[in-house]
Design a protein around this ligand. Structure first.
Ligand code: IPM
Ligand code: MG
Length: 367
């Protein structure tokens, strides 16, 4: 049998730096655990624009459709701020999500014990926090038509459309309920059914799907209240299911609760392929961080943990994913810190590569 295939799209800013540490981790699993991947690399975002004049070349899109999983670093940077909307780096990422039909975006917000006093919230509110946000990723206002800037009378009007079909709401809901079944069996669905028809439909469809999951306790919350509850008492949540735009905002909020954006991975999953694996793209939640790019300071942990999610969700290697996650926790517990994890009074930060060294040493120690 051939090795599973991985396409690495390191992208812009700190993307290539953090991804080079992931490459070392991938190599470690080949050398020590007999897990070998066929790895290919290509361009996305500004890096693709610089070479091809588009943020994602058609050939790259075709490759992404063929591989078992895509690992993405980050896209964007100030250099590309003035580009036409249609070729902005972000369009490359949005095209991947849409054409691969990656409808379920899993964004865990987990507070690492060693970092629980990093949050802007009181430690006791976030210690042990473990939330999973499932964000619908291929529809809603991000993609709805009509959209555009039009002339109306003597002024311009900007239009975007929030649009959800039942089946779109339903398939994401099933992904969220399935996850809840493997966790604490609680699901909170968030929308604005008080002002939006799409929210009313959302609530109805999620309620219908819940009949197939009698063990999961379902609740509903208006998304604005959800934002408030996330900063008031975040540990009340287990799995949150919400739409594309609310999910974008609420997941940033949840990520910041942990105090360490540089630690959080994500998975974007679609329907199963012929080999039974879901279409999948894994990426850190942090962006391209242009302010520190190229300086060897970036924290590779979120990108490494994204590879752990790939092991778990694409390759059925939950045990090896646990091993990698435990290595990250060990390194943190040992006090190894990149600059983003330093406190004002704190020691000397390690470089991106030194963090990689520490992770490999922790993996070695796990054998
Ligand atoms: C995210 C980002 C993207 C989004 C951008 C880069 C297009 O904010 O993944 O959360 O809005 O979805
Ligand atoms: Mg976002």
């Amino acid at each position: 049998m051939s090795n599973p295939s991985l396409l690495i799209l390191a992208g812009d800013g700190i993307g290539p730096e953090v991804m080079s540490q992931v490459q070392r981790v991938i190599g470690w699993f080949g050398d020590n655990r007999g897990l070998n991947f066929d790895v290919s690399e290509d361009l996305v975002g500004g890096a693709a624009y610089d070479k091809h004049g588009v943020p994602l070349h058609d050939d790259t899109m075709a490759k992404a459709q063929e591989v078992d999983a895509v690992l993405l670093g980050a896209v964007g940077g100030p250099k590309y701020d003035d580009l036409d909307f249609s070729v902005k780096p972000e369009r490359g990422l949005l095209r991947l999500r849409k054409e691969m039909d990656l409808f379920a975006n899993l964004r865990p917000a987990q507070c690492f014990d060693a970092l629980s006093d990093f949050s802007s919230l009181k430690t006791e509110l976030v210690a042990g926090l473990d939330i999973m946000i499932v964000r619908e990723l291929t529809s809603g206002v991000y993609f709805g038509e009509p959209r555009g800037i039009f002339e109306e009378g003597n002024e311009r009007v900007g239009i975007n459309t929030q649009r959800y079909t039942e089946s779109e709401i339903e398939r994401g809901a099933r992904a969220a309920f399935d996850l809840a079944m493997k966790r604490d069996k609680r699901l909170c669905s968030m929308e604005k059914a008080n002002v939006m028809e799409s929210g009313i439909l959302w609530r109805q469809v999620v309620t219908e799907v819940s009949k197939d999951y009698p063990e999961v306790e379902l609740s509903h919350m208006y998304a604005d209240n959800g934002a408030m509850q996330l900063v008031r008492a975040p540990k009340q949540f287990d799995v949150i299911y919400t739409d594309n735009l609310f999910g974008d905002i609420l997941s940033d909020c949840a990520a910041m609760l942990t105090g360490s954006l540089g630690m959080l991975p994500s998975a974007s999953l679609g329907a199963p392929m012929d080999n039974g694996r879901p279409k999948a793209l894994y990426e850190p939640v942090h962006g391209s961080a242009p302010d520190i790019a190229g300086q060897g300071k970036a924290n590779p942990c979120a990108c490494v943990l994204s590879f752990a999610m790939a092991l778990r969700y694409s390759f059925g290697e939950g045990g090896e994913a646990d091993r990698l996650e435990a290595a990250v926790e060990k390194v943190l517990a040992d006090g190894v810190r990149t600059g983003d994890l330093m406190q004002a009074d704190g020691g000397t930060p390690v470089s991106t590569t030194e963090m990689g060294d520490a992770l490999l040493a922790a993996l070695d120690a796990s054998l």
